[in-house]
Design a protein around this ligand. Structure first.
Ligand code: HEM
Length: 145
């Protein structure tokens, strides 16, 4: 009997401690994992620098307002990574319509983003998660005449 009571008490204790864990555990967002606002600012600066050094991609940005792009791009990455930001830019289809970005240039853009993430010391596992948030937008960006 005592043994039975003891095992019930043990099971109850395990359940309480497990549910306690669940309550106190804080799930880290991708925004936190990448290092928050300061990493996003670094990433954005490096990305703009990568764009400015690549003629094939820079031609799309020749008439863009770089200050606006930096602000909207940062907000977009912040929002997609679960950070405390509201994206105030235009939607992806409206922004990229008329550019007729082909597969090659889209991939090149992603390559420049990867260079920028490397230069911002973002670990590869985190880079993959960031890229995964961008993948669903691919269809909103390419071949929009
Ligand atoms: C996953 C890929 C991409 C994402 C998430 C993305 C996101 C964005 C965002 C958030 C903006 C700012 C919008 C605003 O100003 O309201 C923007 C602007 C722009 N994007 Fe993209 N973009 C992507 C790929 C590309 C590629 C591959 C190109 C060109 C090859 C491109 C060309 C541009 C240009 C030229 C602008 C500035 C438009 C302007 O000045 O009005 N984007 N993009």
């Amino acid at each position: 009997m005592n043994l039975r009571l003891l095992s019930i008490a043990f099971v109850v204790l395990v359940i309480i401690s497990l549910s306690g864990c669940k309550l106190t555990q804080h799930e880290q967002s991708l925004f936190e994992e990448m290092g928050g606002h300061s990493t996003i600012t670094k990433l954005t600066e490096n990305f703009v620098d990568e764009i400015s050094r690549n003629q094939e991609i820079f031609k799309y940005f020749a008439r863009s307002d770089v200050v606006r792009f930096k602000q909207k791009f940062s907000e977009h990455i912040c929002m997609l990574s679960g950070g405390p930001c509201k994206y105030t830019g235009d939607n992806m289809v409206d922004v990229h319509t008329g550019m007729n970005i082909n597969e090659h240039d889209f991939n090149l853009g992603v390559e420049l983003l990867i260079n920028a993430m490397n230069r911002s010391d973002i670990p590869h596992t985190t880079q993959n998660k960031i890229l995964a948030t961008l993948v669903p937008h691919r269809q909103d960006i390419i071949y929009l005449e």
